[in-house]
Design a protein around this ligand. Structure first.
Ligand SMILES: *[C@@H]1O[C@H](CO)[C@@H](O)[C@H](O)[C@H]1NC(C)=O
Ligand SMILES: *[C@@H]1O[C@H](CO)[C@@H](O)[C@H](O)[C@H]1NC(C)=O
Ligand SMILES: *[C@@H]1O[C@H](CO)[C@@H](O)[C@H](O)[C@H]1NC(C)=O
Ligand SMILES: *[C@@H]1O[C@H](CO)[C@@H](O)[C@H](O)[C@H]1NC(C)=O
Length: 201
């Protein structure tokens, strides 16, 4: 009897762990919602009590109910990008352009190994461009233009142009330093790198 009781307890704990794990992506997005100011109430449907975030507006999931898109361009949002977004392991599209998002670009975004598009342009982002973005071999579109980013453009990111899938990289209209060695050869200006895969072949 006692033995059975313990087994049930173990089963119940295991189930709880599975359920919590199921909604971890919802928890991440809900945490992000809590730190954003959302004057247009665009995140109204982001109800953390639902089993997953797949029915929330501006969120798209794959068939396994894992988040693959976040579409929040020109949504009137302000506040920071949480580092936890780097734990949305299947994310392919991070579309946050045209808001008033401030703070830094979290280096944890460099964990998003399936990311195809990172569009953070036209916000109020400060600080450096994290070199971890250079891990994103699947990245095709990197738009960070029209922010207040500082520092040099990490060589790891420039290397994506040669060795990754990069198709469009726009980093113009920031406060970046330095020169892009390779772009000098091809005539691109210092802070505008709009290029396609053919450019450096
Ligand atoms: C991401 O998930 C891992 C494993 O669950 C955890 O250790 C880490 O703290 C998380 N990172 C963030 C930024 O939340
Ligand atoms: C971001 O903006 C909010 C309100 O506009 C402000 O309170 C906060 O200090 C800003 N954060 C940074 C890192 O600039
Ligand atoms: C690069 O893009 C191609 C075509 O879209 C895709 O098949 C390939 O998996 C991508 N590479 C990476 C590392 O994601
Ligand atoms: C690159 O960014 C600049 C500054 O925001 C913008 O004016 C320009 O249209 C962008 N170019 C492309 C091709 O996206």
């Amino acid at each position: 009897m006692r033995k059975h009781g313990n087994s049930f307890l173990v089963l119940a704990l295991a189930l709880t762990a599975v359920l919590v794990d199921c909604n971890s992506e919802g928890d991440i997005l809900h945490a992000q919602k809590l730190v954003w100011e959302d004057p247009n109430n665009i995140l109204k449907s982001w109800d953390p009590t639902l089993v997953n975030p797949c029915t929330w507006y501006h969120v798209t999931c794959n068939n396994d109910n894992s988040v693959i898109r976040l579409d929040l361009g020109e949504a009137g949002l302000s506040g920071p990008i949480l580092p936890q977004l780097g734990n949305l392991t299947n994310l392919e599209y991070l579309e946050l352009y045209g808001n008033n998002i401030n703070g830094t670009v979290p280096e944890e975004l460099g964990q998003l190994s399936k990311l195809i598009s990172m569009e953070l342009q036209q916000n109020l982002l400060t600080g450096p461009i994290p070199s971890s973005i250079g891990n994103l071999k699947s990245l095709k579109f990197l738009r960070l233009n029209a922010n207040m980013l500082t520092g040099e453009i990490p060589i790891e990111i420039l290397n994506l142009i040669r060795s990754g899938n990069m198709s469009v990289m726009n980093i113009s209209d920031n406060y970046l330093d330095g020169t892009i060695r390779r772009s000098e050869q091809t005539g691109f200006s210092i802070t505008t790198v709009i290029m396609d895969q053919k450019t450096f072949r």
